[in-house]
Ligand binder design. Sequence first.
Ligand SMILES: Cc1cc2nc3c(=O)[nH]c(=O)nc-3n(C[C@H](O)[C@H](O)[C@H](O)COP(=O)(O)O)c2cc1C
Length: 420
Amino acid sequence: MDKREQERDRRPRVVLGVSGGIAAYKACELLRRLTESGHDVRVVPTAAALHFVGEATWSALSGNPAGTEVWESVHEVPHVRIGQAADLVVVAPATADILAKAAHGLADDLLTNTLLTARCPVVFAPAMHTEMWEHPATQENVATVRRRGAIVVEPAVGRLTGADTGKGRFPDPVGIFALCRHILRRSDPAGGAAGALVPDLAGRHVVVTAGGTREPLDPVRYLGNRSSGRQGYALAATAAARGARVTLIAGNTELPDPAGVDVVPVGTARQLREAVLKAAADADAVVMAAAVADFRPAVYTAGKIKKIDGQEPEPIMLVRNPDILAELSADRARPGQVVVGFAAETDDVLANGRAKLARKGCDLLVVNEVGEHKAFGSAENEAVVLAADGTETPVPYGPKDALADRVWDLVVPRMAETRP
Ligand SMILES: Cc1cc2nc3c(=O)[nH]c(=O)nc-3n(C[C@H](O)[C@H](O)[C@H](O)COP(=O)(O)O)c2cc1C
């Protein structure tokens, strides 16, 4: 084997299954991102998928053959080998039909055979009309493949084929790509993760808050903070990659929606409170990563506050906002619900963190020091996770994804046995 072949051989092997939905063309973007980031991608389209995007496109973009049938290159037994060799199978878009076939173990083409022979993580990114998605047959098929360990990304809400709008839209390919990367990183023993990926949040509903609240002073001004939302988005994306149904309550962020996550946008602390209490009603865990304003202006001025020559401005009076973390911790919506808070501190970081954990009554508190290249706005973070049982887990400086995974590692064993 020459050097080039050896390098090719080391690349993570991804099977991109494409089934026959109108969103097949969006899978080209996913394919391009996967190949450009160093993955060896084998596209396995269904015959129906080729009505939408031809074999030449899949083959040219992937650099690999893109047959649909088990009868091509039979000497290589592709119906077995492709699945066996894969590090990840992602079916995007996944039709109602392919979900039904996967749930029932049918094997009438190359993609369905591959799904039966793969022992790596499998992701489905469904796209279909709302009626097809909501049909009990589809929902039962989704539940079946999830129960067996596959990750089924929730479809997005939005414009569908034709004039229709609703749930069933293909999730953003950039988000699916991020999910694939995350799963590959976690399931790679050489990458420091614990061997094969276990979707340990499958069947769980988790609520994550992210970003920062804005407390309006007048129609053009507000009191805000510097939270970008990146840590909360990392928590939501990693929970989805671990199989959870995720509600992300996002305050004033400019980040793309993570694939398969229900995003609820909010503005103020009081809106965030309302959204989080509603979503927490059936949640197994609530992670409060948002920077919620402690105070808001006592008075909202309906018209823009004017600068008047020779006159000093009126002082701004503040009032307290509700303490959502303390409220969630004291009034658990269901027994065994895990509540996690965040504390960004500048001085006496650990001492302040321990005091806050005791005061709030949450199960875990992620304490991080605000600093250059840490916490607000940065892609990296470093923290100590304090637990109500007294344990303290330091998480070294690294990507926010890694901290997010560490938080879920600590949440999972604390969750109630029963699911809502
Ligand atoms: C224009 C058009 C668009 C379609 N879009 C979808 C879709 O988005 N999702 C879906 O589940 N089926 C869709 N279908 C139906 C599937 O193509 C059909 O069920 C097919 O048998 C799926 O085969 P496959 O799962 O083997 O790819 C569409 C059909 C047509 C003609």
